[in-house]
Design a protein around this ligand. Structure first.
Ligand code: S5P
Length: 264
């Protein structure tokens, strides 16, 4: 087991050098939530309604802002108001994957201006370290944080072995901006390292979605794989589900698993 896995989120927050990671861990501790909602809906109305219902239970709202048909600046303003009302952070799951100069503009410009409102975003390591340098130029002065995709949840993903190791090395060299990983299991940490491990592909009722997604339970993710945060989408807002009841269920399952882990 890794050293950080046995520490509380609060203990880790107190000594974390990365400002965005520190804020995230503090929030997880005070809100008693390691649940992130992956809100993949395509209308502004649904996005705001579900975010308002689930807000009390989550520490992080993950968006795919480019799938919203009626996106406008008012959506961002309302989303920011909800993040204040319920005290959650925002993560635009943009999965940048281009050269440094291009991602810099994709992050800061265009109609979405992601860096202006999203606390956290993420990137693939495939273009090499320039992708981090480019994003950092825009994000670091704003106090933003970056996650690298070390491992994906989908069947047949190419993110394993040397690719994952090299991605982790890139993160190590950029700890001022890279705050953690999207991963299926906690990466091997060196002494004095603390990367937040966030894991998608989480569900209590089904094991897949017919399109390659693979689900594991909060217990598998938090206790067995030593990740810090569960990212749950359709398990909460899928067809016919009681959104609020499911959010409460996943928050509890994630927190119970975390308490079991730190007691070990
Ligand atoms: O490896 C990954 C990485 C990500 S960020 N696998 C994933 O599924 N995701 C995202 O997590 C994906 O883009 C989606 O927004 C969410 C999973 O949603 P669910 O409905 O399958 O829980």
């Amino acid at each position: 087991m890794h050293a950080t896995t046995k520490q509380t989120y609060g203990e880790r927050a107190a000594q974390h050098p990365n400002a965005c990671a520190k804020r995230m861990l503090e929030l997880m501790e005070t809100k008693k939530s390691n649940l992130s909602l992956a809100l993949d809906v395509t209308t502004k109305k649904e996005l705001l309604e579900i975010a308002d219902k689930v807000g009390p239970y989550i520490c992080l709202l993950k968006t795919h802002i480019d799938i919203v048909d009626d996106f406008d600046q008012d959506l961002i303003e309302q989303l920011l108001a909800l993040s204040k009302k319920h005290n959650f952070m925002i993560f635009e799951d943009r999965k940048f994957a281009d050269i440094g100069n291009t991602v810099k503009h994709q992050y800061g410009n265009g109609i979405y201006r992601i860096a202006s409102w999203s606390d956290i975003t993420n990137a693939h390591g495939v273009p090499g370290e320039g992708i981090i340098t480019g994003l950092k130029e825009v994000g670091l002065p704003l106090g933003r944080g970056l996650l690298l995709l070390a491992e994906m949840s989908s069947k047949g993903a190419l993110t394993y072995g040397e690719y994952s190791s090299k991605t982790i090395e890139m993160a190590r060299r950029n700890q001022d901006f890279v705050m953690g990983f999207i991963t299926q299991r906690r990466i091997n940490e060196l002494p004095n390292e603390d990367f937040i491990a966030m894991s998608p592909g989480v569900g209590l009722d089904v094991t897949g979605d017919g399109l390659g997604q693979q689900y594991r339970t909060p217990h598998q993710v938090i206790v067995e794989s030593e990740c810090d945060m569960i990212i749950v989408g359709r398990g909460i807002y899928g067809k016919g589900r009681d959104v609020e009841a499911e959010a409460r269920r996943y928050q509890e399952a994630g927190w119970v698993a975390y308490e079991e882990r730190i007691r070990q």
